[in-house]
Design a protein around this ligand. Structure first.
Ligand SMILES: Cc1cc2nc3c(=O)[nH]c(=O)nc-3n(C[C@H](O)[C@H](O)[C@H](O)COP(=O)(O)OP(=O)(O)OC[C@H]3O[C@@H](n4cnc5c(N)ncnc54)[C@H](O)[C@@H]3O)c2cc1C
Length: 490
């Protein structure tokens, strides 16, 4: 049994923000992460962090933009907490040495992204914001934090309605038991449930599946954001082309060079993501190719080094000023129901970042609000833990003896998800995917506990994907009307 004050699952911005604050207060923290410490969506983030730091901006504006993008399905208190606490927490982060891009006078540069009424996105290294932020957060943790890489968390250790830690399998196939006073889920989203995604390969919805098995409430699962501009060549998704490219003047065109967002939405290419993604998708379904025309974007290579690298390594000639794009899954608005301080239905279990659903994003996330969420709610979660006095209880783990039969491949799950609970959904067809999932549900188990000790990691990952896919399909079936990223074609 490995004892620690706090065990954190994952090593993205949510995890590292919690760990950074706790370790300064001498809490012993263990981070367990599935691959390397920088393997996360956080490291891949390009555009930046939205925050009210410019003179012409106001928290009310950021609040309203977030609510409008979220179709007012947001939890208004969570949005208010995010936008009002953000300036102070981001300034504090800058004081730790975080170097956001500045102009020649040393003032922060503010980028523009979709559905923001003005430029409020701070960024670092051009479009390398996520990596720079993660590197700074890693510098901010001290010797109180141990990071265990290449170790997959299999399940939470639950006794009654309390979480006492986690069970993992390390890279040498050893099963490890952690006992912790506090457990923090920071496993990110669900991108790998779909065939086209911007997400890291480790992002398979494990945290949601574990929380579900533990009896946590999950919310808003049907709201999945597709990004309209993934680099797409011959139907293959090869990386993200940040929305900041459109914020800098890029426009979406068809093969004839016609501007496809003209007349679709008043904000044209910078309309909310669901609107732009659906428009790109409708052209794709009609067999048309769509390009991002970057001819008016100044200093493209300098401002977008990551996008430049992704394009050039995949043979795109940027001299032609046209990047072939298509939509892909980017962000999950739903998740484990949590407060802005990370609290969940289960005592001692906290959820932070994309795996959590505080309601802050409503039915559609405003661009660049999620790195912010990780930092701000990460800090509030750490504060909550520091102010609490919970203790783990020694417990005897009991395991189900249910083993898994034949499972589908990841590619089969991905293709079903895209077909039935993708960008456009048809109510009458959703039962088909629910029944398909049920074929793989062990008898009388409702995607609950299985014999995790004898289920290899790759099979458990697929079981987690089936669990989350099934829950998303049920949530999509239950929401009868279109709202934000959940779009039903009647
Ligand atoms: C390409 C890309 C660009 C983006 N750009 C922006 C942007 O500009 N601005 C913005 O605000 N947002 C952006 N986003 C979204 C944002 O990056 C994410 O929402 C955010 O980083 C999520 O942080 P997180 O800490 O919750 O999860 P992640 O950063 O995804 O980290 C999750 C961690 O959990 C680990 N993990 C998962 N399952 C297990 C398991 N079973 N056991 C152990 N470890 C596990 C993963 O390996 C990973 O380390 C972008 C996302 C992508 C993919």
């Amino acid at each position: 049994m490995l004892k620690t004050d706090v065990v954190i699952i994952g090593s993205g911005i949510g995890a590292l923000s919690v760990a950074g604050e706790l370790c300064r207060h001498n809490k012993k923290v263990t981070i367990v992460t599935k691959a390397l410490r920088k393997s996360s969506n956080s490291s891949l983030a390009q555009g930046g962090i939205s925050v009210v730091l410019s003179d012409e901006d106001k928290c009310e504006y950021h609040y309203e933009d977030t609510m409008i993008a979220g179709c007012y399905h947001n939890d208004s208190d969570a949005v208010m907490a995010l936008v009002t606490k953000a300036p102070e927490i981001i300034k504090k982060f800058i004081d730790t040495g975080m170097d956001f891009d500045k102009d020649s006078n040393g003032n922060l540069l503010f980028g523009r992204e979709g559905a923001h009424r003005l430029s409020r996105i701070i960024h670092a290294g051009g479009d390398r914001t996520g990596l720079k932020v993660v590197e700074q957060l890693l510098r901010n943790i001290n010797e109180n934090v141990t990071v265990n890489e290449n170790e997959m968390v299999l399940d939470l250790r639950i006794s009654g309605s309390k979480c006492n830690g986690i069970i993992t399998r390390d890279k040498d196939n050893n099963i490890k038991y952690y006992e912790a006073d506090y457990t923090v889920l920071a496993t990110g989203g669900i991108g790998q449930l779909y065939p086209a995604t911007s997400n890291d390969t480790t992002i398979t919805g494990d945290g949601l599946a574990m929380a579900y098995r533990a009896g946590c409430r999950l919310e808003n699962l049907e709201f999945i954001q597709f990004h309209p501009t993934m680099l797409t060549i011959n139907g293959k998704t090869l990386g993200l082309v940040s929305e900041a490219v459109r914020g800098s003047g890029g426009i979406l065109v068809n093969e004839k060079g016609e501007h496809i967002m003209e007349g679709v939405h008043p904000q044209k290419d910078l309309a909310p993501r669901d609107v732009v993604a659906r428009e790109v998708y409708s052209h794709y379904l009609a067999g048309e190719k769509i390009y991002l025309d970057i001819s008016t974007v100044e200093n493209f290579r300098e401002h977008f080094p990551t996008v430049t690298e992704i394009c050039e390594s995949n043979g795109v000639d940027l001299g032609k000023k046209l990047i072939p794009v298509g939509p892909g899954v980017h962000f999950h608005m739903g998740g484990v129901k949590a407060g802005v301080d990370g609290t969940t239905d289960i005592e001692s279990l906290y959820a932070v970042g994309e795996v959590a659903c505080t309601g802050v994003h409503g039915a559609n996330r405003l661009a660049s609000n999620s790195l912010l969420e990780g930092i701000v709610f990460g800090e509030l979660t750490a504060e909550k833990i520091l102010a609490s006095d919970l203790h783990s209880q020694p417990m005897t783990d009991t395991f189900s003896d249910i083993t898994l039969g034949d499972l589908p491949t990841k590619a089969e799950i991905q293709s079903k998800m895209m077909e039935f609970v993708g960008i456009v959904r048809h109510e009458s067809a959703i039962d088909e995917i629910i029944n398909w999932f049920k074929k793989y549900m062990p008898a009388n188990n409702n995607f609950g506990k299985i014999d995790i000790l004898h289920t290899p990691n790759d099979k458990l990952e697929i079981y987690n994907m089936l669990t989350v896919g099934y829950l998303i399909a049920i949530a999509a079936k239950n929401r009868k009307e279109s709202l934000g990223a959940h779009y039903i074609e009647k």
